[in-house]
Ligand binder design. Sequence first.
Ligand SMILES: Cc1ncc(COP(=O)(O)O)c(C=O)c1O
Length: 369
Amino acid sequence: MDEYKICIGSHRVGDEELELLKEVVHSKWLTSGVQVEAFEKEFAEFAGVNHAVAMFNGTVALHALYVAMGVGPGIEVIVPSFTFISTATAVLYCGAAPVFADIDPDTFNLDPASAGEKISSCTKVIVPVHYGGQAADMDAFMKLADEYGLNVIEDAAESHGATYKGKSSGSLGDAAIFSFTPTKNITTGEGGMVTTNDGALADELKLLRNHGQSALYRHVRLGFNYRMTEMQAAIGRAQLKKLPAILGRKKEIAQFYEEKLSPIPGIKPPVESGFGIHPYMIYAVKVIESEAGISRDELMSRMEERGIQTRIYFPPAHTQPVFIERGMGDVSLPVTEMVAGQVLCLPCHSKLTDADLLEVTGAIEEALG
Ligand SMILES: Cc1ncc(COP(=O)(O)O)c(C=O)c1O
């Protein structure tokens, strides 16, 4: 990332994290221990749930959760294609089939109507992803789940700090996963967390992440080593304290972008659903070529030339070779395909200065003439 003058993301890991890390380094225990337990407790409080189970990263958190919910051969899991690949590949880890559904053209979140159309007798789980952090329309998914007897997993990997109708993301479905990679609003380098109010599910996840071990060297399940380390948890605890300040700056950034970009023909700033707080892990605009007079890809290269990093979050999963070669790519998702051709994600992290923001919006104005 360092070659860019203005990066797409940047973390706020510093002295506060170092203080806690020093404690860990001088302690006797480096794998899961007191820091992990404390991080789980603090994260559960933050998300407003009874249980948080720390995992090594968000992808394995998804895998463990799918396994715990009985996802396996012959089972279908409904996911958006417009997401990071592991929402769907973790379904393959279980020998099950991801079924791709379409998204809402404004929020880019899973469309409940499209998800509803994909339900079959094999469906067990629906996974709304909170795209860019903004919560999906969870009431609609919970209603579907109720009607068809399904589970709902929130993929809240990007969603630290989001709310929906007054409740935190991570507390809205049967369970949720978070990720703590460095572009997220808070990071542990690598890291993941499952949140849930279901105590039996939390216990099962604790078994699964630690080799299915119920007592020392007694293995009652086929489990994994998905444990979070004390170093990750120590960083996470300090990061959680910084989240309010990070979210505050992100809100200012989003307001600044909205003001500057709204008047520009062909640039459509993100749409807030009105359901609650958008934590802006991602700031995704749509570039409408016919109005902008320039293609999204051309705009991206012009910004790159000025040292401004942008990204396309995400090329649709169903267009990736890993799904095409399994015969899962042949699905019609017109909104996903349209949005994937228009979306452009701008730098959005809490260290951006007002001058940086002016440079980003100035570069867009200049490129569009
Ligand atoms: C929507 C979504 N799901 C899952 C993940 C996977 O998390 P991790 O990278 O921690 O494995 C990510 C991470 O980028 C994500 O954005």
